[in-house]
Design a protein around this ligand. Structure first.
Ligand code: ZN
Length: 174
């Protein structure tokens, strides 16, 4: 991150990691081959770049297991807490989220999110509903403050309530 980046959020929203993206672009976490297509409408949330699809971009809808990926990285066994769900990604290698972030991804006043907390062993230890307020950044910041106030919380998954789909992950700041 360069020094001209203005501080926007207290926590870092993490996109799907590059090595995971490489695998997902071949075979997804449900074992299905990736099927790229051109999205002429746009608007769907891209979990590789943490922004909406722009009309005309080549994307794919793949099944992603965020906790499993985290567990591989950390040498943990997520056991029965492992789950997978649909996410949109760019079908081709991409640049990832912009350095200059303006707030949290996919934030829109009035939208409903769940923030699910996991401990360092990958077990769910709690969660809450968040209705994104007018000041979405402050709303998310406060919700993450609350989540990490529990010393057991190692990471938080943010999901859309209606579709249940994974939006992004936040880890305990080092
Ligand atoms: Zn992307």
């Amino acid at each position: 991150m360069n020094t001209t980046t203005r501080p926007t959020t207290a926590y870092v929203p993490r996109p799907i990691a590059p090595d995971a993206l490489t695998r997902l672009r071949d075979t997804d976490d449900a074992g299905r081959p990736c099927v790229p297509y051109v999205d002429h409408e746009g608007g769907s949330p891209l979990r590789c770049c943490l922004r909406p699809v722009a009309p005309g971009e080549r994307v794919a809808l793949v099944s992603y297991a965020p906790l499993r990926r985290w567990a591989v990285e950390t040498g943990t066994d997520p056991g029965a807490y492992d789950e997978q769900g649909p996410v949109f990604i760019h079908a081709d290698p991409c640049e990832g989220p912009a350095q200059e972030r303006a707030g949290y991804p996919f934030s829109r006043a009035g939208a409903l999110r769940t923030l699910r907390r996991y401990n360092a062993r990958g077990q769910i230890i709690g969660g809450r509903l968040l209705e994104i307020p007018e000041d979405g950044t402050r709303g998310f910041d406060a919700a993450f403050d609350e989540a990490f106030a529990d010393p057991e919380t190692a990471l938080v998954h943010v999901r859309a309530v209606e579709y249940g789909c994974f939006h992004f992950e936040v880890r305990r700041p080092a």
